[in-house]
Write a protein that binds this ligand. Sequence first.
Ligand code: AHR
Length: 520
Amino acid sequence: MTHAPGELLAPATFALDPAFAIAAVDRRLFGSFVEHMGRCVYTGIYEAEHPSADTDGFRRDVLDLTRELGVSLVRYPGGNFVSSYRWQDGVGPRAQRPTRLDLAWRGIEPNEVGLNEFMVWAREAAVEPMMAVNLGTGGVQDAVDLIEYANHGEGTFFSDLRRSHGVKEPHDIALWCLGNELDGPWQMGQKTPYEYGRLAAETGKAMRMVDPRIELVAVGSSNSRMPTFGTWERVVLEQTYDQVDYISLHDYYEPIGDDLASFVASSVDMDAFIDAVVATADGVGAQLRSRKRLKLSFDEWNVWYQSRFVGQQNLDWTFARELIEDEFTVADAVVVGGLLITLLRHADRVGVACQAQLVNVIAPIRTRAGGPAWRQTIFHPFALTARLARGSVLRVEVSGPTVPTAAFGAVAALDATATYDEATGGVVVLAVNRSLDQALPVDVDLRAVVDRHGDLVVTEHQLIADDDAGASNTEATPDRVVPRTGSGASVRDRHLHCLLPPLSWTVIQLEPSVPGPPTP
Ligand code: AHR
């Protein structure tokens, strides 16, 4: 189907039925990532001399924005950084902590912030910690010592060391990553899948001996274009299946040349990546005659203009340099909104997701050292999704027009998911119009929800769209791109009708017009 620019596309339709719930909306899907990289930690979350700094040296302006973003969980301390990190460097009296070379990002690491400081920050930010252990240059013993330090009560060398550092109660960190991207040649201590699988299995086993309550994440492929993708997951899981709870996925999206249409459809690629890892994990499970179903931890995802990155080998050794501080556009925000839709759509298998990273480094929050903090465009779809998505994700099967893309062929113009809160009857529809130049009418059949809860009305309608898809927020214009209140969405004859502008991300919340429990 082709259309003249400006013309409306044919309507896209789908039906929502509470009987077809995929899974509960797990708050862990709204995770983020703080790595000792560039200015994410130093002059990002932490800047002791900043006017807004609290008594621990954390920037209050960044803490406020982190809470506003709705982040539920934060992965720490890396990333590539963790593959040669000695966690012992970051604990104890600050004056005695060593300054080290960070081989991953050619940083000078003063170790002013380490595990205990991060945990103070995490409490302030009201986020769950997700801790990574070094399985690049480190091994079983380092990981066991770390979990004894972090999670054991008292009366042993490392737990008493923690107590001597002023932290009397154990941190009780539940979620642990067994290394990071060890399939990558850029990694300190790169491994074959078998080498990594054995090490991860033994490390996980030993860590569980210290604390059986923990949940473990095995390292998956650094992205689906890695030459070992597929084989890596299979071999790693053949070694680790019984030990781990999650397998990780990482991927970053950017336009190839000026191919905006394919970029806006990036969630097609993320969908396929998730489906492939689910199939591989289930294949290994079947081969092992296991009843256990692994979950996925998409613990690094975002838009990242990697083609603009000068490359780690071209960096000088520097403390807290500006590193990959991409300035995000309206189009990037629409893509991020689409990627969140994909993560929700897979809520039955994706149990953890972390947008990478939180501050400055390809991040929704930007800061200037000594200056203000502001929201990038991609802040907004994340914050709205985290605030509004509630209850269960419902299955959405879209019918409607397609748009052509060079990378994926014809793709549905409408990318959508929806959540449903059984207690209130509230429905939230999240949608992207992938057409670059045509508005898309959408018709959502709500009869099954109305049958249970009575008539629904639109209570909130926000969108990211702009005449200039390249517009961004800067220190000088921090609110150039903000969500706009939508108009015209309404429920008629038990159907939601709305019109999505070209290249846009939209969220619409509906509530029963008469609040109350569902009718039996
Ligand atoms: O988030 C930036 C980097 O991307 C991380 O350190 C690494 O894990 C990935 O390659």
